[in-house]
Design a protein around this ligand. Structure first.
Ligand code: ARG
Length: 465
């Protein structure tokens, strides 16, 4: 079959070239965007008198029949189509005849593929933002549920200070909040219209790029045609945002795997989010958490792939469009699918995960979690913090020697460490009292976590959706 661009050729492409060159197998997922772009384009051509009104209507009607047939699976694209742009245009000509040949006036596949990719990415960005908001909702609900529940806070994989579980949830909430803000910000730069940039240098035809921008809900046409066909930094921005967010998800997934381990047993992941072993009958493995970690590598790979593709493509030496650019799509599509699915599954897994407070409580007595609180308590009584730190350090030593807790130290033990310290001065040093007192802004006290939840909820509700 002769290609739409075949005029100056004497031979058909070799079969292996066709296959290697084609993007139809992956870019057909943008068929709706391609048709929407074409409809906006021909509407503008009609308005500008470049095609007649009647021709415009015929082209739009033809495109709509193609849209319907693709949706119903009645059109099967093959390697002969090369890409979605020609796949649709050639069918349009088949169906409506010569009028169809006017659609590609003042347009190139170079700007067309960019219109499609930007429209497609925009649609997916909205979906991902929705998914992230759903995740944030689940986090807020869990944070509320576990606002008062105390767990062990670690540094260096050592028991450090007591914290509330709600506090941990709200830490992750902040990360995904920034992911949402970053992605919303990327949308501002993504949403520009390359249509009418043509091959690289614009056109002699009297087109109106502002009109197509309006029709396609872009903010404005891209300012420079050469930049329009060769810019892929909107994809890179998307992939950077995806990578950062996957990193956040992966960190939490790693935490899930730890919490779920036999040693920790802090959580019970719902059976429906675990898998078994084909040989060890007792196993219930946190495969989903592990896959989240694994898939993060895949999204980083997409970012690296396009960064590397782009680094050697100059503009000024008339190389504005290079076929290298065709490689922009698969990585972006894969990252979209992976990121979106990961957020959704993670949110559902989180929703179905319960903390095993009986297991966690067993750990709270270990590791002198309230040591810092006691030092701060002494500091409040006028002992300089450095001295208070040293006194509590000696108390830890004394406890270790006696094999007891702070509460079990006698007045004699305390006086031997420092004359200023008595059991009375020590006061109530229960873990709960200590946690409740961590009310500094951003701290772990339940009252402070509830404030964070409130602010978080207000922010989430304020987002336009
Ligand atoms: N399938 C191509 C892509 O996605 C469309 C542009 C082709 N342009 C060209 N000059 N060969 O990049």
């Amino acid at each position: 079959m002769a290609s739409l661009w075949g005029g100056r050729f004497e031979k058909d492409m070799d079969d292996i070239v066709k296959k290697y060159n084609a993007s139809i197998f992956f870019d057909q997922r943008m068929y709706n965007e391609d048709i929407n772009g074409s409809i906006a384009h021909v509407t503008m051509l009609g308005k500008q008198g470049i095609v007649s009104n009647e021709e415009k209507d015929q082209i739009i009607a033809g495109l709509e029949t193609i849209r319907k047939d693709i949706a119903e699976g009645k059109i099967v694209f093959t390697v002969e189509d090369e890409d979605i742009h020609m796949g649709i245009e050639s069918r349009l000509i088949e169906r409506i005849g010569d009028v169809g040949k006017k659609l590609h006036t003042s347009r190139s596949r170079n700007d067309q593929c960019q219109v499609d990719t930007r429209l497609y990415l925009r649609k997916e960005v909205y979906e991902i933002l929705n998914s992230l908001c759903y995740l944030e909702n689940v986090i807020l609900e869990k944070a509320e549920k576990y606002a008062d529940q105390i767990t062990v806070g670690f540094t260096h994989l050592q028991h450090a200070q007591p914290i509330t579980i709600g506090f941990v949830f709200m830490a992750y909430f902040q990360m995904f909040k920034r992911d949402i803000e970053r992605l919303s910000d990327a949308l501002k730069r993504l949403n520009y219209n390359p249509l009418g940039a043509c091959a690289l240098a614009g056109t002699t035809m009297p087109i109106d790029r502002h009109l197509t921008s309006e029709l396609l809900h872009f903010t404005a046409p891209t300012e420079n045609a050469m930049d329009a066909v060769s810019d892929r930094d909107y994809s890179l921005e998307f992939l950077s945002d995806a990578s950062i967010s996957m990193m956040h998800l992966s960190r939490w997934a790693e935490e899930f795997a730890w919490w779920n381990s036999s040693e920790f047993s802090y959580i019970a992941i719902d059976d429906s989010f675990c898998t078994g072993s084909s040989i060890m009958p007792q196993k219930k493995n946190p495969d989903i958490a592990e896959l989240v970690r694994g898939k993060t590598g895949r999204v980083y790979g997409a970012l690296m792939s396009i960064l590397t593709t782009m680094k050697g493509i100059p503009l000024g030496t008339a190389l504005a469009y290079n076929k290298d650019f065709q490689e922009d799509k698969e990585s972006v599509f894969d990252a979209i699918d992976t990121w979106k699915a990961t957020i959704d599954i993670f949110a559902k897994m989180l929703d179905k995960t319960e903390f095993r407070m009986d297991q966690i409580e067993k750990q709270l007595g270990k590791g002198f979690l309230n040591a810092t609180d006691i030092a701060e308590h002494f500091a409040k009584q006028g002992i300089p913090f450095r001295e208070a730190h040293s006194i509590v350090g000696h108390m830890v030593k004394a406890c270790e020697n006696k094999g007891c807790d702070f509460e079990d130290l006698t007045d004699e033990d305390l006086q031997a460490i420092d004359k200023r310290v008595t059991k009375e001065l020590l006061g109530d040093i229960s873990i709960k009292t200590c946690v409740n007192a961590r009310v500094s802004f951003g701290g772990t006290a339940p009252s402070e976590v509830r404030r964070q939840i409130e602010v978080g909820r207000q922010w989430l509700n304020s987002l336009e959706r």
